[in-house]
Design a protein around this ligand. Sequence first.
Ligand code: SF4
Ligand code: SF4
Length: 314
Amino acid sequence: MLRIRFHGRGGQGMKTASRILGSTFFLAGYEVQDAPRYGAERRGAPMFAYVRADTKIINERGIITRPDLVVVADDSLLFLPAAGVMAGVSPHSLLLVQSSHTPEEIRKTVAAPCPVLVLAPTSSEDGRTIFPRAGSACAAAAAQLLGLSRQFFSDAMAMELADLSKQLRTENVATARDAFQQMEDNDYRVVEQPEPAAFSAAQPNWIELPFEDATISAPAIHGRATSLHMDTGSWRTLSPIIHHDKCSRCGLCHTYCPDGAISNDQDGFPCIDYTHCKGCLICLVQCPLQAIESIPEQGPLQDKQKEDRKCADS
Ligand code: SF4
Ligand code: SF4
């Protein structure tokens, strides 16, 4: 059985990547499972999707714990323990990361016990690295590493992206073609690992939970304001930037921010707490004067802009 796990952030298309790869396997005659697993509720939060493919009936269920291939859409996830990118990765596995870093840099950073490959970004703007259409890029790279037919991949992609406009479909096909080419030297690089013998399974680490009545065992909140300790700013893929020269100080962004991440400075201008702004961009949609812009969440330019927009009184 082949086991593939795609890691990304909500909105980066990893569910679509797993569907495209799953359909490609299916068209090639495999038995297939594919499923996404979401953690927190929104765009930017770490999530993963997985695909199992076999020529026999698949009886295994649940999250993949022994991946043959791990595909990472965004190298910032490597630094988030909650994303679980390295879970179950063994010397047999292959780690493919979309990144502008080298495989050696990544291998050292995450102490990967397995080979690492890098899928280079396909475009950049203003000197910033961006990963457009990550779903198609990651699915195509995975298909090439697994030695799947490009014709089946292209048919699967046409099925899964049928609802997109013609232009978006064309752009996705071009991205996939580029990813295939980047992985051309690694055709069939991913292989199945031997199934563990039944007697080698680890004993479950049982925990005895004593029976307690509801006054003791019912859930309780033991402290207030704990959400302050949750750094949801690390979820962002796009950052809102407020242009004070266009802002009328109407306060709508402040009112609509679901995380209370916008406050007003002493002059009444909104300012963003980037430690807790999760990048949902509701503020951008609500602003009647288009005074809020979104920019990709990386690079010195953004740091400078954020610095310029700090609360005057913070
Ligand atoms: S509404 Fe704006 S400031 Fe609030 S969390 Fe969303 S993106 Fe961040
Ligand atoms: S909604 Fe727009 S105009 Fe109103 S305070 Fe926010 S940024 Fe300024």
